[in-house]
Write a protein that binds this ligand. Structure first.
Ligand code: 5GP
Ligand code: MN
Length: 321
């Protein structure tokens, strides 16, 4: 839990500002985009001007959220206040974080990562929250703004995606209560599930098939990897590989899964997942990334050929079974 006083200070700072910059993290997901959009809608309801920043490609499966198309790569400009959501360190925001440009104007971090570096002037951080959206829910409450259907749908998207549909361990009674309130305010769980999970491209389905076909089980770790050239043979835009690591962890013999996807620039995206008896956040941190106990990630340098062994070594060093 965060300090309730910090919540009040954050709400007061937001009320005082006129133009507010809100940034989501790179490799965006439903929680960062949902949190960003919901806060943006709430601040507009208070008459504020809002700039929505994201220094990466937008995930197509979130385009059903109103306001999605206003999110663009931007750097800090003349805004009064800078809010960063759901990314645990400044590197997660790319060009959207730039102290040389934002200068002495206040920076607020709102996040739920256990590997968090509190880089803001105000840090509203709760590593026990299942999603950043749940913290934004409380911020909007503290602002005294009633939930509109757009705010509700954006927040519920954050909660549903980070809890994988209320399935992960950090899901608490409060998470479910917030979900109920958001549904009452006009949000729709069936729409979120349909748009986010049940609209894989055919190319992404075939990448999943490849990943399963080439998976390896070593002790309690299941993993798979795809190089950029092979990824290209399936066509598509490289979107939609996000769920693969979760599929791998449905295997009974495994407690940990990871998936490696080589990118066009030779760097490698690593996704890690674990059951509750293992913690992958420290291994991710050792590899230069971060995340949660049960879901973490990193970007690895080349070469692709040694990447899996590097991850297996980090897991051996860092995982307490
Ligand atoms: P995913 O596997 O879904 O990409 O990421 C799982 C979790 O790990 C998310 O909470 C995400 O924020 C975190 N994560 C993924 N990649 C990185 C990274 O490169 N650096 C850090 N700090 N966290 C990451
Ligand atoms: Mn999150």
């Amino acid at each position: 839990m965060f300090d309730p006083q910090v919540l009040q200070v954050v709400a007061a700072a937001l009320k005082d500002a006129r133009v507010i910059f809100i940034a989501a993290h790179i490799q965006p997901d439903g929680d960062c985009v949902g949190s960003q959009l919901a806060l943006g809608h709430a601040l507009r309801a208070l008459g504020k001007e809002v700039a929505l920043a994201l220094d990466d490609k937008l995930p197509d499966n979130l385009n059903f959220l109103n306001g999605f198309r206003e999110i663009k790569p931007r750097e800090p400009q003349a805004e009064d206040l800078f809010v960063y959501v759901d990314g645990s360190d400044t590197g997660r925001y790319g060009k959207a974080f730039n102290r040389a440009r934002s200068g002495a104007r206040p920076v607020i971090l709102i996040d739920h990562h256990i590997t968090n570096e509190p880089f803001g002037d105000l840090n509203l951080v709760d590593p026990d929250a299942a999603s950043t959206a749940e913290i934004i829910f409380q911020v909007i409450r503290a602002l005294d703004v009633p939930f509109s259907p757009d705010m509700a749908q954006a927040l519920l998207t954050g909660i549903v995606t980070d809890t994988m549909g209320f399935r992960t361990t950090p899901t608490t009674p409060e998470t479910l209560e917030q979900g109920a309130e958001l549904v009452r305010a006009g949000a729709s769980i069936p729409e979120i599930i349909d748009r986010v999970y049940n609209r894989r491209s055919y190319a992404a389905l075939r990448v999943l098939g490849y990943a399963i076909e080439h998976s390896q089980l070593q002790a309690n770790v299941i993993w798979s990897a795809i190089d950029y050239k092979t990824l290209q043979t399936f066509g598509g835009n490289g979107n939609g590989t996000g769920g693969i690591v979760t599929q791998l962890l449905t295997v009974a013999e495994a407690d940990i899964s990871f998936f490696l996807a080589e990118k066009a620039d030779g760097k490698i995206d690593l996704s890690l997942r674990s059951r509750v008896n293992a913690d992958v956040s420290n291994a991710a941190r050792r590899l230069g990334g971060g995340g949660h106990k049960q879901a973490a990630g990193a970007t690895l340098p080349p070469p692709f050929e040694t990447a899996a062994q590097r991850v297996l070594t980090a897991l051996q060093q860092e995982t307490k079974p």
